[in-house]
Design a protein around this ligand. Sequence first.
Ligand code: NGS
Length: 369
Amino acid sequence: MIIYHRQDYIYLLCIICSSLMLLTSIINIIYIVQRSILNKTNQYTQISMSNIYLNNRTNNSEEISQKQNDYFEETYKIFMKSSIHNYFSRIENRNLSLNYCPPIPPNLQGALRIHEVPKNFSITTNSSYHIDVQLGGFYQPINCLARHKVAIIVPYRDRWDILTHFLFHTHEILQRQQLDYRIYVCEQAFNKTFNKGIVMNGCFKEILKLEPNTHCFIMHDVDLLLTDDRNMYTCPRYPRHLSVAIDKFHFYLPYAQLVGGVLAMRREHYLLVNGYSTNYWGWGGEDDDMHARIISKNLKVERPPASIARYKMLKHTHQKLNPARMNVLRTARSRIDSDGLNNVKYKLLNTTFYHLYTHFIIDVGEQPK
Ligand code: NGS
């Protein structure tokens, strides 16, 4: 029989106590390290954002575009930090709730009114509107995991007021639809003839570099405001033409092949059709060419019901008409695999992460003579 002495008990007690102390300190160290990583990303994002805000406040819009080059390095760093922060908060959310958002978002309102843009709303400063939107025009639902990761591609040139109205109006809707989304404003640089196809293909490629896991792309004219939030900005089985009923056309689809305005496409479909043609310089035709591509690759074009796919078109002057567009359109099917994403030439001149959008400036090169 083993006889324990008093010293043995004391010795055993000491071992247990010191093991407990060691364990507590390890847990404390892990906790402190984790908190300090989270705090650091938070602080950095806030400080840098307020720097941009102060800088921008003192400039007019022309000076801002001049300074965009200087901001690139800085804002890219902030973007990366903010992505890390998003990642951590996502992990935290995951711990709280593993549930996906419901298939039908619960807070949709249906038909919407268009509101005037408030005088103090600005798209170059850190907006006090849309406070849940994060740097770069990025949003994820807070209480559930989004079912869709969506990039909104807005090809743009020279329509500042319209862009302002679009951003003011659209963010709220996308949030109610519980999407994980980012708005990309893809601006063609310089005063050259507009080539929407090159701008959209360039933008698509750049998005895949920044956010490779984006699976749904929505090409969105800047002058269209959605007036019913039941028209979901997601990518179903086939490409989906979302702008079915526009006030300008008295809420009727002008022709069955139209896919211009707002078009949702899965990443794999955009790749399959080789993106947009790069041969349309000036207004018109590139969307009809896209329709030919979709059909040639044995896909269909879906449409939501006209009763909910409703839009208001903001008034603006039109781009210069492309007189050659019908001739280019005639050869649409034969060019699919040789003209598009796989041979697009463009230069990304600048990337800036504003509060409500990620801004790419794209040089499309010279129009062939
Ligand atoms: C067609 C154009 C399309 C354009 C559509 C609606 O005529 O590119 O009108 O335009 N096709 C050609 O010119 C070949 S809209 O009035 O909505 O700007 O999308």
